[in-house]
Design a protein around this ligand. Structure first.
Ligand code: PLP
Length: 486
């Protein structure tokens, strides 16, 4: 239900009012109907709102104020790090020397930009403990797929054509089985044990000569660090499979442990999570992939190399899986990630991990008395609560998530991972102060009190937002365009 009376832009229209002014035409006017094929020319003038420039500015500013973003409030969205993205990143990305270059420019004229890409690759190599990095993939899932295609090419080059299966724990991120399927593999699910970690015996039972790889999300989607990684590496390598590390959430382990040192052959990172690229709304993102020596020949081409102190793209890579992105990936995100890495420095990156983990554990322990905590060991950057106790009182996790909107918070990810009943996945991130964490904790506690004393207020939430409770499926599938024609 729509509750405020801000008019729609279509309701504010005044015939003949325009928001721009163009100089008089000083070239002959073109009759479009002579240029375009029949049927492509509009018969009537489009019914667009007619408003002044100031009106349109106010309209969009008012709309943006209704939105919830990390710059306007706390956003503890589990699984998709929503941390503060320093504004210095934006200044650097807007330097004219970067913003105005074109991907078709001659390499000799963009050596500075290539140097940034090269240096970023080197930093990511160091951070992940890998031998070489490609920046091409445009997102985390794209990076997963790229790495799996390389693993596939590796097995094929060895004549190992029977390796058709990718093992994915049930606590993996949802993109893992999807990427494996798109890369042409069969996905085999490995069970979790009672501690929320990979069940080693189940893994042992499922590996074999048909194993292409194990994809491990670490920490897993419960926010838990997989303790038996070295054993898993032994088991998978023992049958000739490769190990893949989903490093989307590297702020849980960065500068503490490296996937390369844990025995992984490939890893992807999300520059738009850990490395402060802004994200949401579908991109642009960046999901670089790091690989160990054996996989280097299969990297997407062209590969950026340094030759006689000059940077150049190498195309002659006969075993490459080919290009996975037009041009060279999302350069604007590289600039932001590079600025972040350089401005934080090695000690800063280590502190990021320490605070991400500290904040999550602080919040988890303070909320533990009020909610069910399905797995009670220390977490990494995020944790999962269960609303089982509240459900018995007739209030669901969805209701509590909606109620958080009334307190000005973006709700956490809910009903995920699937093995937690009434799950709530919370990632506070390292960029929040203790005061912000405490305020959120108080709001959560307040909601649990409401569940006991006045459940309707939670069941009917939100009460203070512009739009009240929606049928979410219907809202996503059948958006209503409210256009009132006069
Ligand atoms: C976000 C995320 C992904 C997917 O990244 P996209 O950029 O959204 O494709 C994969 N794995 C994990 C663990 C994630 O958190």
């Amino acid at each position: 239900m729509h509750k405020d009376n801000q008019p729609l832009i279509f309701e504010n229209t005044k015939e003949g009012r325009i928001g721009y002014s163009l100089p008089e035409l000083d070239v002959p006017e073109i009759d479009l109907s002579e240029l375009l094929a029949e049927g492509f020319v509009r018969e009537k003038v489009a019914e667009l709102p007619e408003v002044s420039e100031l009106d349109i500015m106010r309209h969009y500013t008012a709309l943006s104020n209704r939105n919830h973003g990390i710059d306007s409030g706390f956003y503890p969205l589990g699984s998709c790090t929503m941390k503060y993205n320093p504004k210095i990143n934006e200044s650097v990305a807007r330097f004219p020397g970067f913003a105005n270059i074109h991907p078709l420019q001659d390499e000799s004229t963009v050596q500075g930009a290539l140097e940034i890409m090269y240096d970023l690759q080197e930093h990511l190599n160091e951070i992940t403990g890998m031998d070489e990095v490609t920046l091409q993939p445009a997102a985390g899932a794209h990076g997963e797929w790229t790495a799996l295609m390389m693993i596939r090419a590796f097995h094929e080059a060895n004549g190992d054509l029977e390796r058709t299966k990718v093992l994915v724990p049930d606590s993996a991120h949802g993109t893992n089985p999807a990427s494996a399927t798109v890369a042409g593999f069969d996905t085999i699910t490995v069970k979790s044990n009672e501690n929320g970690l990979v069940d080693i015996e189940d893994l042992r039972a499922k590996v074999g000569p048909d194993t292409a790889a194990l994809m491990l999300t670490n920490p897993n989607t419960l926010g838990l660090f997989e303790e038996d990684i070295l054993e898993m590496a032994k088991i998978v390598h023992g049958v000739g499979g490769k190990l893949y590390y989903d490093g989307a959430n590297l702020n849980a382990v960065m500068s503490k442990v490296r996937p390369g040192d844990m025995g992984f052959d490939a890893v992807h990172l999300n520059l738009h999570k850990t490395f402060t690229g802004p994200h949401g709304g579908g991109g642009p993102g960046s999901g670089p992939v790091g690989v160990k020596k054996e996989l280097i020949p299969y990297l997407p081409k062209p590969v950026l190399i340094k030759k006689d102190n000059t940077l150049t793209f190498e195309y002659d890579r006969p075993q490459s899986i080919g290009r996975v992105k037009p041009f060279y990936g999302n350069f604007g995100i590289y600039l932001r990630a590079y600025t972040y890495i350089r401005s934080m420095g090695p000690d800063g990156l280590k502190a990021v991990t320490e605070y991400a983990v500290l904040n999550a554990n602080y919040m988890m322990r303070r909320l533990e008395p009020y909610f069910d905590l399905p797995y009670s060991q220390h977490c990494k950057h995020e944790f999962v609560l269960s609303g089982r106790r509240q459900k018995k009182l007739g209030v669901r996790t969805l209701d509590m998530a909606k109620r958080l909107l009334d307190f000005g918070y973006h709700p956490p990810t809910i009903y995920f991972p699937l093995n937690v009943e009434e799950g709530m996945m919370i990632e506070p991130t390292e960029t929040e102060s203790k005061e912000t964490l405490d305020d959120f904790i108080e709001a959560m506690i307040q909601i649990t009190k409401e569940v006991e004393e006045n459940p309707e207020v939670v069941q009917n939430a939100p009460h203070t937002t512009v739009i009240s409770r929606l049928d979410e499926t219907k809202a996503a599938r059948q958006p209503v365009l409210r256009y009132i024609k006069k």
